[in-house]
Design a protein around this ligand. Structure first.
Ligand code: ME8
Length: 519
């Protein structure tokens, strides 16, 4: 039976429309999910929206709406974004769903039964934007002496009655977790940072609020709503049916990967494992903190007027071009920069001119010179060498790099294989062979046909729609487009005996133009 793989993204705050960071995370998670499916794993992919908390309540008040109205309206934009970007999620979870309230309240009861919750008073520096309290030592001074959180958001001195979670008790177990399971928190640099923070000691965590009511009620303490991070983090098990002992819970928990951005690593690698330990539940296998995407090196913000609608980018350049660019250009785990010029340059060089051109030339030559017909052939040495190079890149190097979330190394290996094909075309010069040795020309073109098929399957996770449009033209059955169905010679033999004939090929990677306003 296929091994399960459960991947999640962060659930987004729907207090505005999705931005490029949301698109980046959804695309990255989708590439991982699709890659694991190509590996033959049974994948479950969950994403969603984080709809409670003060920020949502305040935004709704500003707009004259109820928080529920606001979240119903705004969460739809996130669903639409996923659909538009071809993000193949299985579950879109909204934290306002009744089943989620039941799930969070049960987690709370288990932490309470463990003796990890107590009532006290809380005072401290609170950031409404981050929905988090900060230590005095973490603050910086902004304009006019305004104190700012490490994220640069304003903080206020706040006093309230609050339930507390005995986080301090978990510092030791957490340090043991990071030490014994370094894969739990990746990349390494982020684990080192979190380890240093926990080594400094942990204070108990305020986990309820009385100052507003837009959230999950604390069981038996109706004037308290839960701190939004207790609520939000629990989404990862709600989607599996927690607290019921469902087959989904048994099959998919613990998650294989929580993919999140670097700003929320602490919540996922300190609070979440501590809550789970307290409730007696297994811990996720890995949390990966990706970097931030910057617009020409700058953080996007309304005040700078440089906020980009990711769907507009997708419309301008194509969904697959945007997906390819984001995964190829940005070293995964680090911050990266994007601009229309960079998207056009990268995608034209690699997708249009290198791979797209190769595929289009090969299919056109087979269509014109061989009447679109395939035939059995015995590869000569040069042909076998090329096929072996392509196979190594597509079946070993790229999948192994993608397993390790190293998309740069994976796509590098793929590009090298594309270059090897283009070099082979130049060396073999099929257009000359057409006159001098038509039989040899056929072998060269058919070798390339097999190579293009492997290259197209290997990039399916990155550019699913384009790769499939190409594979459709090549007669590759839908259920044979994965790394496992890769006995090349056997597959090719079957395609030949099926009598498959290539139709006039249509290019799938158009050359992109820079829109006038960006040129
Ligand atoms: O943090 N580049 O929601 P969110 C890359 N609701 N990623 C970015 C980014 C950027 N410029 N800006 C944000 C929340 N992100 C919580 C999560 S999970 C239980 C609760 C990432 O809408 C960010 O790091 O502010 C996070 O992973 C995701 O987008 C949603 O951010």
């Amino acid at each position: 039976m296929a091994e399960p793989f459960y991947i999640t993204t962060a659930i987004s705050y729907p207090n505005g429309k999705p931005h490029i960071g949301h698109a980046y995370e959804a695309i990255a998670a989708d590439v991982i999910a699709r890659h694991q499916r190509l590996r033959g794993r049974d994948v479950r992919f969950q994403t969603g929206t984080d709809e409670h908390g003060l920020k949502m309540a305040q935004k709704a008040r500003d707009l004259g709406k109820t928080p529920k109205e606001l979240s119903d309206e705004m969460s739809q934009y996130f669903i639409d974004m996923c659909d538009a970007l071809n993000v193949s999620y299985d579950v879109f979870l909204r934290t306002t769903e009744p089943r989620h309230h039941a799930s969070v309240q049960e987690l709370w009861r288990r932490m309470e039964a463990k003796g990890d919750l107590y009532l006290d008073r809380y005072e401290g520096w609170y950031s409404i934007r981050d929905e988090a309290y900060y230590d005095e030592s973490e603050l910086t001074a902004g304009e006019g002496g305004q104190k700012l959180s490490p994220q640069g958001t304003p903080v206020e001195w706040t006093v309230e009655e609050s339930w507390f979670f005995r986080l301090s008790k978990y510092a030791g177990p957490l340090l043991a977790l990071y030490r014994d399971h370094p894969e739990f928190l990746q990349p390494d640099s982020r684990r080192n940072e979190v380890t240093r923070f926990v080594e400094g000691g942990l204070r108990d965590l305020s986990v309820s609020r009385t100052s507003f009511d837009w959230g999950v009620k604390v069981p038996g303490s109706d004037n308290h709503v839960m701190y939004v991070w207790v609520d939000a983090l629990t989404n990862y098990i709600t989607g599996l049916g927690f607290p019921d002992e469902t087959p989904e819970m048994a099959k998919w928990w613990p998650a294989d990967l929580h993919l999140i951005g670097k700003d929320i690593v602490r919540f996922h690698t300190i609070y979440w494992p501590a809550f789970l330990m307290s409730a007696g539940l297994p811990l996720p296998k890995q949390v990966f903190g990706h970097g931030f995407l910057l617009n020409r090196g700058q953080k996007e913000s309304k005040s700078l007027g440089n906020v980009t609608d990711p769907l507009e980018l997708a419309e301008r350049f194509g969904v697959d071009a945007l997906r390819y660019f984001l995964m190829r250009e940005v070293a995964f785990g680090q911050d990266g920069s994007y601009s229309p010029e960079a998207i056009v340059t990268r995608c034209n060089a690699e997708l249009a001119n290198s791979f797209g051109n190769l595929a289009q030339r090969v299919l056109s030559m087979i269509f014109k010179n061989l009447d679109g017909k395939l035939a059995d052939f015995t590869p000569a040495e040069a042909d076998a060498t090329l096929l072996a190079t392509v196979r190594n890149a597509c079946q070993s190097d790229l999948p192994q790099a993608f397993d390790a979330l190293d998309f740069t190394a994976g796509t590098d290996a793929w590009m090298r294989a594309v270059f090897a094909c283009n070099q082979y075309v130049d060396e073999q010069a099929p257009w000359t062979l057409k006159k001098t040795d038509p039989d040899r020309m056929a072998v060269v073109l058919l070798t390339l046909f097999r190579a293009v098929r492997e290259l197209a399957i290997a990039v399916r996770a990155l550019v699913p729609a384009s790769a499939d449009r190409l594979l459709d033209q090549m007669g590759v059955p839908a259920d044979e487009r994965n790394y496992a169905a890769y006995d090349d010679a056997e597959w090719y033999g079957r395609l030949v005996s099926s009598g498959f004939t290539l139709s006039q090929p249509v290019g799938v990677f158009p050359r992109l133009e820079l829109p006038a306003e960006d040129a």
